[in-house]
Design a protein around this ligand. Structure first.
Ligand code: NAP
Length: 293
């Protein structure tokens, strides 16, 4: 962030509700400071139903970029693909179109282009923070919500051999697994005690287990029974707070490698930074800023 905004300072923002807890302002403002860009990034609370007005506001005000978080990712995609969107140049990039969800809006001339950088951020974190390349690997994703869907698509696009989805609601798991094409499969997520036979069998041969549900944010619960996790596997949890979830703690105790959600948070922001500015993101600065609380 420029020390004192002037008449020339460009403004970027994140919209969501709630939004006051967001770490995005600290991540982006650190990146703007490190690169000497005269930009400032603020958090804007936008209630449900106001997404079209917020996007038209972005256009009218000339905001330089906009991040989108819960609960607006699908509504932004809908607005940018509305009838008549093409006439003004509004569009969705391929991942956002396939997911029906946008987490980053680029301003290109007068038009608004919706992107989804969550999957790219996760895969970048796998590679850079855990030394894990998904190509040819067997992956199990727990969850089938917005974040899980982005992960499933990105893992398949990165060449994963298997992308197995386990979710409380099976129909959502089936829709998510479809995003992985022939690599996608569904197994049941056990609801009672114990890991369940399907999960036990899958995890015996899996290279990666990732939690993409909010289960564990309470610091006490775990989305799966970790008794089937073993050394030689990577266990990732995209939850950001707490940094070390019960699943990660148990996985580490069993000798598995672990990866928390801060790397994904910083790296999906870095992809946005590069889309908006055309500059290389100062990734180490962004990772460090993501960890400050
Ligand atoms: P979402 O769209 O609401 O999806 C939630 C998913 O979790 C659904 O599959 C849901 O299953 C499942 N779930 C919720 N409560 C559950 C429970 N008690 N037991 C079993 N499954 C449960 O949420 P989201 O946007 O995907 O976010 C998921 C998590 O990812 C959140 O913790 C979020 O903070 C985190 N996240 C992190 C990053 C990052 O950069 N690190 C980015 C995005 C999201 P059903 O289908 O059965 O409802």
């Amino acid at each position: 962030m420029t020390a004192r905004p002037t008449g020339r300072t460009a403004v970027a923002a994140v919209i969501g509700d709630p939004i006051r807890h967001s770490r995005s302002p600290q991540i982006f403002n650190a990146a703007f400071a490190a690169t000497g860009l005269d930009w400032v990034y603020v958090a804007l609370e936008v209630p449900a139903g106001e997404v079209p007005a917020a996007l038209e506001g972005m256009r009218a005000l000339g905001l330089a970029g906009m991040s989108v978080t819960m609960p607006h990712k699908a509504a932004v995609a809908t607005h940018l693909a509305r009838p008549g969107a093409a006439a003004v140049g509004d569009d969705l990039a391929p991942a956002a179109r396939r997911l029906g969800a946008v987490n980053s809006v680029e301003r290109r001339d007068g038009a608004l282009i919706g992107h989804n950088t969550d999957g790219a951020g996760f895969v970048a974190s796998l590679r850079a923070d855990a030394g894990f390349d998904p190509a040819g690997r067997r992956c199990v994703v727990v969850g089938a919500g917005g974040a899980a869907r982005a992960l499933v698509l990105a893992l398949a696009d990165a060449g994963a051999a298997d992308v197995v989805v386990a979710n409380r609601t099976r129909s959502a798991a089936e829709r998510a697994a479809e995003l992985a094409g022939p690599a996608g499969r569904v197994i049941d997520l056990p609801t009672g005690a114990g890991p369940g036979d399907d999960l036990r069998r899958e995890l015996a041969g899996a290279d990666l287990l990732v939690n993409a549900t909010p289960v564990g944010m309470d610091g006490a619960s775990s989305p799966v029974d970790a008794s089937v996790v073993h050394a030689g596997q990577l266990v990732a949890d995209i939850i950001v707070e707490p940094v070390v979830t019960p699943l990660l703690r148990e996985a580490a105790a069993r000798g598995a490698a672990t990866l928390g959600g801060l790397g994904m948070l910083a790296r999906q922001a870095a992809v946005s930074f590069e889309i908006w500015t055309g500059l290389e993101a100062p990734i180490e600065v962004m990772v460090a800023a993501a960890g400050q609380h």
